[in-house]
Design a protein around this ligand. Structure first.
Ligand code: GLC
Length: 609
């Protein structure tokens, strides 16, 4: 009954979407069949979860939300291994666990699991589908929601569909984009930029078996799927539902802006992409309403917001705040927050259903995509500034404290991105090398400053596993022939459980970082100013090195103040009256001729009533 009611309510819109995508074919019945079968298969306990979520649909905006993202094997060996580590996750307050790709993948050439051999079967190296179900149950008991990657854009070149295609099977070939010669590929290449200009240039790969070219926007071993074939979309939807039925609660929609291709365009953010995301949202609302969609949309703000859809026709529930990562690291290196303020304001001006996941590091590189127009306006040359940033974060700039690596350096455009862990970028690695306590203190302060920012913003913070204990870069990937070509491996290393023990030992950097992050999470989860209904805005500090966020909830007020300066600074706040006390130092902010803030200090100042 439930299913039928929900289906009927949405059936017209589904029909409209299918017609817009595929014309007047009668596809509704086919989709209904897939959905109903998965609905019937959904367990009683997951249907209970659906009910619970329907009663409180904005649960993912709760102030106690805190995420972590990790590789299963690097963190705990296997899915079952993670079960034993749940107490560790609880200790720091995690409510959301994002596991990097765990579906079947080739042993080599798998792009960290983003080249999939199966859309519904767990890779035996991590465990079985049953193990996943056990893990999701165990997490749910502890109020932790599981998030899995779903790679929509491509399969591996060894996925069963690709293998069949290589044999010339037309049904399988129709799931990809094949061309007998370079005519069409050359036309595409003129307008479609490279995703990996130096590690995987071009958008097509020659397939010897067929003497044809196949579209590969990412790596040559990742074949782009052809969504203008409804069978592709329906199989993908069916696989997503099968994972939802194993207890997954959040889907990270990998590289979603790329999934629709059209000659004559740059093949990003096309209107059909939005129709597909909207359709997936509706399907989930009918079959498994507990599901939340998180889009991986690494695009400029104007394209980004469209992935939330409208309030009437929502698409993703959550999006990554990707530009924030670059802007935060820029502010740290430049000791200037002008661009950061603009970026945060652009996010804060979006409607209230737009909710973001904020992070300083993830499994990928940092692409230095700052807002070029704003840079010109402030007299900054975007290319020169980018060079400064990637040199700074690889330690190749005078007085840089950072350790990191360049990624996809393009000698023609001079573009490059940066790889490294938060701790190494902040200077912990170099302070250890130089055995310098003073530098170490500064490095820890920078690291905490960066983290405090993501705990303060609208949305919720997503930690990158290892950062909570200041894990450093690991250069051993250079000795592994399968990893050496991808510098992102420098920040994808084994979780160091030995060093993690130091989190309980006073005086260690592991202890300072872990306990301070824990404190931030605790304050955040109880203070009303972190409620999702709080009004959040940036606030002028009259000092470009000092960044302020003001959060008000009813008559409560909190100022989150951050110094990106290497020196003590003075800042001023207009129109604020009253006394404020910092949650961390317990000090009262006393207005005199301005306020003082120490280098890299962060303050959460609550107004005293
Ligand atoms: C996403 C992932 C990245 C991967 C790419 C291709 O951008 O974050 O790691 O290389 O998709 O699937």
């Amino acid at each position: 009954m439930e299913y039928l009611n929900r289906f009927r309510k949405n059936q017209n819109e589904i029909q409209e979407i299918l017609i817009s995508l595929y014309g007047e074919q009668n596809l509704l019945g086919q989709l209904d069949k897939i959905m109903l079968a998965r609905y019937n298969q959904r367990s009683v306990s997951l249907k209970d979860l659906d009910k619970k979520r329907l009663e409180k649909p904005l649960w993912y905006m709760d102030k106690d939300m805190l995420g972590i993202t990790m590789y299963t094997d690097l963190f705990a060996g296997s899915l079952s291994g993670i079960i034993g580590k749940i107490p560790y996750l609880k200790e720091i307050g995690i409510t959301y666990l994002h596991l990097m790709p765990i579906l079947k993948m080739p042993i080599d050439q798998n792009d960290g699991g983003y080249a999939v051999d199966s859309f519904s079967e767990i890779d035996p190296r991590f465990g079985t589908n049953k193990d996943l179900e056990r893990l999701s149950n165990a997490l749910r008991k502890e109020n932790i929601s599981l998030c899995l990657d779903f790679v929509l854009n491509h399969t591996s070149s060894t996925h069963p569909w690709a293998l069949k295609a290589k044999e010339g099977d037309q049904e399988a070939m129709d799931r990809y984009f094949f061309y007998p010669n370079r005519d069409i590929p050359d036309q595409y290449d003129q307008l479609v930029p490279d995703v990996f200009p130096s590690t995987a240039p071009g958008n097509f790969t020659y397939v010897e078996e067929l003497d044809q070219w196949v579209l590969t926007s990412f790596y040559p071993f990742q074949w782009d799927l052809n969504y203008s074939n409804p069978n592709v979309l329906f199989d993908i939807i069916d696989s997503m539902l099968s994972l939802a039925n194993l207890g997954n609660e959040i889907f990270r929609l990998d590289a979603v802006p790329y999934i629709w291709k059209q000659l004559g365009t740059n093949c990003r953010n096309l209107k059909q992409v939005h129709l597909i995301v909207r359709l997936i949202r509706i399907v989930m609302e009918i079959v498994a309403p507990a599901i939340v969609l998180k889009g991986e949309v690494v695009m400029a703000p104007k394209e980004l917001a469209a992935y939330f859809g409208t309030e009437e026709k929502p698409e993703c529930h959550l999006l990554y705040n990707a530009a924030l990562m670059a802007n935060l690291w820029d502010s740290l290196a430049s000791q200037d927050t002008k661009l950061l303020i603009e970026q945060v304001n652009s996010i804060l001006s979006l409607p209230s259903h737009c909710h973001f996941v904020n992070y300083i590091r993830c499994h990928d590189d940092i692409g230095w995509a700052l807002d070029a127009e704003s840079q010109y306006n402030m007299g900054q040359d975007p290319i020169e500034h980018k060079k400064f940033l990637y040199n700074f974060y690889s330690g190749n700039f005078p007085f840089s404290y950072s350790r990191g690596e360049l990624y996809n350096f393009d000698p023609i455009t001079q573009d490059a991105r940066s790889c490294g862990t938060a701790a190494s970028f902040c200077g912990i690695e170099s302070a250890l090398e130089n055995n310098n306590m003073d530098d170490m203190n500064k490095a820890i302060e920078r690291d905490l400053l960066m983290h405090s920012l993501i705990y303060s913003l609208q949305g919720f913070a997503l930690l990158s596993s290892g950062d909570e204990i200041g894990q450093l870069n690991d250069y051993s990937y250079k000795k592994d022939p399968l990893k050496v070509k991808d510098q992102r491996n420098v920040h994808r290393s084994n979780f160091d459980w030995e060093k993690t023990k130091l989190k309980n030992k006073k005086g260690t950097y592991q202890n300072r970082i872990f306990s301070e992050l824990k404190k931030m999470g605790e304050i955040r989860s109880i203070d009303n100013c972190f409620n999702s209904e709080a009004f959040v805005s940036t606030w002028d500090s009259h000092n470009s090195k000092v960044f302020i966020i003001r959060r008000t909830y009813r008559d409560e007020e909190l100022l989150c103040i951050f110094s990106f300066s290497d020196f003590e600074e003075t800042f001023y706040t207009n129109n604020l009256v009253g006394d404020y006390v910092d949650f961390f130092s317990k000090e009262r902010l006393t207005p005199g001729w301005g306020y003082k803030i120490k280098p890299h200090q962060y303050i959460w100042a609550k107004k005293v009533k």
